[in-house]
Design a protein around this ligand. Structure first.
Ligand SMILES: C[S@@+](CC[C@H](N)C(=O)[O-])C[C@H]1O[C@@H](n2cnc3c(N)ncnc32)[C@H](O)[C@@H]1O
Length: 351
């Protein structure tokens, strides 16, 4: 309970969570509505149409994804953009085009999601945004320094009790290493790197599929560290270079380490970008018995379905899922216990 309270305290620093969630939902919904409106989607649906007619008219070839999109629009019950009187879909005007940029998003984050939404028609035509390699396009490097990531990371550490553990630590989907530097600084402040006894120390490895982000992670680690430590601390921290994280290229779905290598495995905002079942299996495989897997992840039903459509344009992204799916995958793969804390979901899996 105490851990949950500490996690909450970190999240509350972001502001009023209910108001933030409302802004985020309006933004993601607005992005999709705007893109579809520009395509002439709603005008076309003033007359009832079947899925086949819609697909043929817009030359959209991915019928399954079209079904998914229509389902999201139909389920948007309060706004009733689209009604389904099987087998036909029709617009139920007036169209609600509300849109707002969430106060906690910076420009890079706003642009990233708008670009994803704009890709929707291409995705419906069977194309995907490439995940690996295409990222610098969207300036992920800037985005990952966003306060949201900072606070949910702090909350995840508070909820998991990870700062009491020592040993080998894997940061799955470490991105540009900004978060990995924060993690190093948390342990540094706990004295984990100053002791001569190896048992009281910690060895951090950051892993990501994206080579460009990894390059930044390696080159800019001291710069990142400066943003997480005071001027006084940074001087002594920079002398501990030998304890700085290693950065390795690898996918959460094929982790390039032996079984039972790590005491802790952490993944923040990563699972929905990949195949989460395989990732959980792999994370459990590389965790030692008695070890800890933890991180942050948005889950249905709280997670927003319009937001999910923004992920689904990206090659290989599974999108959001339910907590019960995570529990099932983890228990199937040998986990002892799975725990969650809301509202921005924090998870802990004990092996
Ligand atoms: C939203 S960012 C989160 C970065 C970091 N965990 C943080 O909290 O700042 C998602 C990260 O997951 C990485 N990623 C996506 N799919 C991955 C996969 N299959 N294996 C490892 N990393 C992956 C991306 O390259 C990106 O750096």
């Amino acid at each position: 309970m105490l851990k949950k309270i500490h996690a909450w305290i970190e999240l509350i620093k972001l502001g009023n969570i209910t108001a933030i969630r409302k802004e985020i939902n309006t933004f993601f919904r607005g992005n999709i509505i705007r893109v579809l409106q520009e395509e002439g989607f709603f005008s076309y649906l003033k007359t009832p149409r079947t899925v086949e007619e819609i697909a043929a008219h817009f030359q959209w070839t991915d019928i399954n994804f079209l079904h998914e999109l229509l389902e999201v629009l139909v389920e948007d019950r309060t706004l009733k953009e689209i009604v389904n009187e099987s087998p036909k879909y029709q617009t139920n005007e007036p169209l609600d085009t509300s849109w707002v940029v969430p106060r906690i998003f910076d420009d890079a984050m706003k642009d990233l999601w708008i670009n994803h939404a704009k890709f929707l028609p291409k995705r419906l035509s069977g194309l995907y945004l490439p995940f690996t390699g295409g990222f610098n396009l969207f300036n992920w490097d800037n985005i990952l320094t966003n306060k949201i990531y900072e606070q949910i990371r702090r909350a995840a550490f508070a909820f998991s009790g990870a700062l009491k553990y020592r040993g080998k630590f894997l940061d799955v989907g470490c991105g540009n290493g900004y978060g990995t530097a924060a993690i190093w600084s948390y342990y540094y402040k706990k004295g984990a790197f100053s002791s001569k006894s190896p048992k009281s120390s910690i060895e951090i490895i950051g892993m990501d599929v994206n080579q460009e982000l990894l390059r930044i992670a390696k080159e800019e680690f001291p710069l990142h560290l400066k943003k997480h430590l005071t001027t006084k601390d940074i001087e002594s921290a920079l002398k501990l270079e030998a304890t700085f994280p290693e950065f390795a290229e690898g996918s959460a779905t094929a982790i390039p380490f032996d079984d039972e290598t790590f005491d802790m495995v952490y993944a923040s905002q990563v699972l929905h970008w990949t195949d989460p079942h395989t990732a959980i299996k792999e994370m459990l495989r590389v965790t030692k018995k008695g070890g800890l897997i933890f991180g942050t992840q948005n889950f249905y039903p709280q997670a927003n379905k319009f937001n999910n459509l923004h992920f689904k344009v990206v090659q290989g992204a599974h999108g959001f899922f339910h907590k019960k799916e995570l529990v099932q995958w983890a228990l199937e793969e040998g986990a002892k216990k799975v725990e969650f804390a809301t509202p921005i979901s924090l998870f802990v899996i004990k092996k």
